[in-house]
Design a protein around this ligand. Structure first.
Ligand SMILES: Cc1ncc(COP(=O)(O)O)c(C=O)c1O
Length: 467
């Protein structure tokens, strides 16, 4: 969101126009930045302006802040370009795209162990946020319907999730008018505990949220324990409260490298799961998935049927139009890599993340919070006392192009500031060496104890390993 005021502030600090560049090669007059120019310009001139400006963005390959895919194979990119002009929602016009969506929903429901006897259902979304909102909306609706049919009040729904949840959970609560009951973090626990959930539950709880790979530290909530609690509540009180698992990051890692971890539809109260195709699903931005254990968990009156695209078709999405290309390349990835390929990539990514952990541990400057045990996510905080903050370190690293965010944890752990590295498949051991070297150099510069030549401290092993 950008407001006009913000724009004006920006105007003050920068000029209103793109000034002429490259002599007069492309254009001779200033080009307005905040108004549509009266006249257009040749495509090469417009391209050059925009292209040059985009150089100011960070380098996606060094963006260790984002969970989102920054590299795909050339064949996938070719498929993206071949399908970039297709609107996904035009199922009548692009029937094969819809067939592909159905295949992926089937593959994911089976990956998440939907029992074969269930009539699972699912949809592609723009990302996990949309998937989560749609999943939770279905649970709100189902709760309301149930309460209505029992002649009970249905105006005070609540939802339970941890302070470790992504902001899209808070958005759901606000946008869809559901009371959020948030389990706080502690200074020594960054996920939710089933005991705390138990204290918050009542007959108006529409759903409990549990996360496989939190945004803050990459850990998992105790999903099985929460399930056991809800099974017991169902038995003793008759409240059938569903779990929605937010597997945005974990859903494409855990099933391949840790299949024995039970977090998915093998647990009876897990009724819906989201996963981000554009995170470890290895697809470029713009793709999430929502899977329901049972089609009947999705109330029929939330599904709309429209006929203006040539055929009567059901839709359950927040946005109508969206690109089809990412759905298509998710299918490409799944058949191209197979279970074996996803497992190899996830295993290698975890290995590289743990390799980075070794470096960071050896430096002796950090307390490690997540050592990439479950997902390839590394979080750490500065050992006390330190004469600089993680924010200083984050800024310093930016000088070398690395994007490593620093942030404080949510309540009640807000006193802790941490840094996070999300390791993706393009992040090699070599890159871990370079990052570790740069982190060490940055720390020493901030401490005022800069040493001579860090890359010289190599192990005898081939390659670049600092010791
Ligand atoms: C655990 C979790 N849930 C949900 C989201 C939101 O996902 P998206 O960006 O795909 O909307 C994120 C994003 O990082 C996440 O980490």
């Amino acid at each position: 969101m950008i407001s006009k005021k913000e724009d004006l502030e920006k105007l003050e600090e920068s000029k209103k126009f793109h000034t002429t560049t490259y002599g007069t090669r492309y254009f001779r007059e200033f080009v307005p930045k905040y108004e549509i120019p009266e006249k257009g310009m040749p495509p090469n001139a417009a391209y050059q302006i925009v292209h040059d400006e985009m150089n100011l963005d960070g380098n996606p390959s060094l963006n260790l802040a984002s969970f989102v895919t920054t590299w795909m194979e050339p064949e996938a990119t070719k498929l993206v370009m071949e399908n970039i002009s297709k609107n996904f929602i035009d199922h009548f016009e692009y029937p094969q795209t819809e067939v592909i969506q159905k295949r992926v929903v089937n593959m994911l429901a089976r990956l998440f162990n939907a029992p074969e006897e269930t009539n699972f259902a699912g949809t592609a979304t723009i990302g996990s946020s949309e998937a989560i909102m749609l999943g939770l909306l279905a649970h709100k609706w189902a709760w309301k319907k149930r309460r209505k049919s029992q002649g009970k009040p249905h105006n005070k729904p609540n939802i339970i999730f941890g302070a470790d949840a992504h902001v899209c959970w808070d958005k759901f609560a606000k946008y869809f008018d559901v009371e959020p009951r948030i389990v706080p973090m502690e200074t020594d626990r960054f996920t939710i505990g089933p005991e705390t959930v138990a204290d918050l539950i009542d007959e108006n709880t529409i759903c409990v949220g549990a996360i496989l790979g939190t945004t803050f530290t990459g850990e998992a909530d105790p999903i099985k324990e929460i399930n056991d609690l809800l099974v017991e509540i169902k038995r003793s009180k008759g409240w059938d409260i569903p779990i929605h698992v937010d597997a945005a990051s974990g859903g494409f890692i855990t099933p391949f490298v840790n299949p024995e971890l039970v977090w998915d539809f093998r647990l009876p109260q897990v009724k819906s799961i989201n996963v981000s195709g554009h995170k470890y699903g290895l697809v470029y931005p713009g793709l999430g998935w929502l899977i329901f254990r049972e089609y009947s968990d999705l109330p029929e009156d939330l599904i709309f049927y429209v006929n203006y695209l040539g055929d009567e078709m059901p839709t359950y999405t927040l946005n109508f139009s969206r690109g089809a290309a990412m759905v298509i390349v998710q299918y490409y990835n799944l058949i191209r890599l197979g279970r074996e390929g996803y497992k190899n990539i996830a295993t290698n990514t975890l290995k590289n993340a743990r390799y980075l952990v070794k470096h960071l541990t050896k430096m002796g400057k950090f307390d490690m919070l997540n050592t990439a045990k479950l997902l390839p996510i590394v979080t750490f905080k500065l050992k006390e006392p330190a004469n600089y903050t993680p924010f200083d370190l984050s800024h310093k690293l930016r000088e070398r192009g690395w994007i490593v965010p620093a942030y404080t944890l949510p309540p009640n752990a807000e006193s802790i500031a941490i840094m996070r590295v999300v390791v993706k498949e393009n992040f090699s051991e070599d890159m871990a060496d370079m990052l570790a070297t740069d982190i060490l150099k940055a720390c020493e510069a901030l401490e005022g104890t800069k040493k001579e030549e860090i890359v010289g401290r190599r192990s005898p092993r081939e390659g670049h390993h600092i010791t």
